[in-house]
Design a protein around this ligand. Structure first.
Ligand SMILES: Cc1ncc(COP(=O)(O)O)c(C=O)c1O
Length: 329
């Protein structure tokens, strides 16, 4: 575990790294910094499991949470109160790929004395290192791009701040939600090809996003590498690449998504992401099923929203697969 922790810390330009048995165990460890009476400001576009932990576990323990539009740094400033201890962001966010302006939000947090936590699972340290942009803590579900082969569940927390590392390290040891040696070995083996994989994920995602953006059967396509993405300029500025996730909306709701997924041959229907194989996920019934329909609607997740985790296969085979399934649905 120490070898994995040191490797991840080096990749994120952190002094300290901590390994966990899942991304959610890593999230839980960060929330262990909170005490009754503390307040959290979170971007509203975050992984459903993270908001569930906040709403169902933290709030009953006397912690309050305010969700804000993560694309507006002013919204964080407006929500911060004297008891705000943590600010939580995910950029790009799951599943609609909104970005948080890290430099601007970091400045807001510094002024308020709040700890800024960035979930960097979607970008991986290959495309973005939030600690260099003002975040105090970076978090990963290493289940995804870090391990890269959909055969490990793990998490990590990285920081440069000894005052944050100390209680996190204590909690990691006290609770014991740590990865086993085999998972650490698999993650380290995955990391050897992180750069190669991320380049290929991105190249394939760009081809697919451009293709889907022109497809008459699709209402809209979201990818930070498309000039039509509302934060394309910010993505160019704060990221070294646009990542491997492409999201799009079908107008026919869940029934059309079922027909689409049923007709795919290469994309595997699965909730995870970041593996070498291409995956397709229906956020409304999978990653964000824990939100109520009203909560999903409020954050823009429709019944027809489809999230692709684009793998490293031949891009043209993937485009062909998507075209066939779109024709069939
Ligand atoms: C952005 C993000 N953070 C955290 C998690 C939780 O990670 P894990 O599944 O390893 O517990 C996920 C899982 O999908 C995720 O997408």
């Amino acid at each position: 575990m120490t070898a994995l922790e040191e490797c991840l810390a080096a990749l994120e330009e952190a002094h300290f790294g901590l390994g966990f048995s899942s991304g959610m165990a890593a999230v839980d460890a960060v929330f262990s910094l909170l005490r009754p009476g503390d307040h959290v400001v979170s971007a509203e576009h975050i992984y459903g499991g993270t908001s569930r932990l906040l709403d169902e576990i933290c709030v009953p323990r006397g912690i309050s949470v305010t969700y804000v539009d993560g694309t507006r740094p002013q919204a964080f400033a407006a929500a911060i109160a004297t008891n705000t201890r943590l600010v939580w962001v995910e950029t790009p966010a799951n599943p609609l790929l909104q970005l948080v302006n890290m430099a601007a939000v970091a400045e807001v947090c510094r002024d308020a004395g709040a700890t800024l936590v960035a979930d960097n699972t979607f970008a991986s340290p290959f495309f973005q290192r939030p600690l260099t942009q003002g975040a105090d803590i970076v978090l990963h579900s290493t289940t995804k791009y870090i391990s890269g082969h959909s055969d490990v569940i793990g998490g990590a927390v990285l920081t440069n701040d000894p005052e944050l590392h100390k209680p996190l390290r204590f909690y990691q040891n006290a609770v014991g939600a740590v990865p086993g040696p085999w998972d650490c070995w698999l993650s380290l083996r995955g990391l050897k090809t992180l750069a190669l994989r991320m380049r290929q994920h991105e190249a394939n995602a760009q081809v697919i996003a451009e293709h889907l953006a022109e497809h008459p059967g699709i209402a809209s396509t979201i990818y930070p590498g498309l000039p039509t993405h509302p934060q394309h300029a910010l993505a160019r500025q704060q990221m070294d690449g646009f990542g491997g996730i492409v999201t799009f909306h079908l107008t026919g709701g869940t029934e059309q998504v079922k027909r689409f997924v049923g007709a795919l041959r290469l994309f595997i229907f699965a909730e995870s992401l970041g593996g070498v194989e291409s995956l397709v996920c229906h956020p409304a019934t999978m990653s964000h099923a824990t939100l109520t329909p009203e909560q999903r609607a409020a954050v823009g997740i429709q019944d027809g929203t489809v999230r692709l985790s684009v793998g490293i296969e031949d891009a043209h085979d993937l485009v062909e697969d998507l075209d066939r399934a779109l024709a069939a649905c």
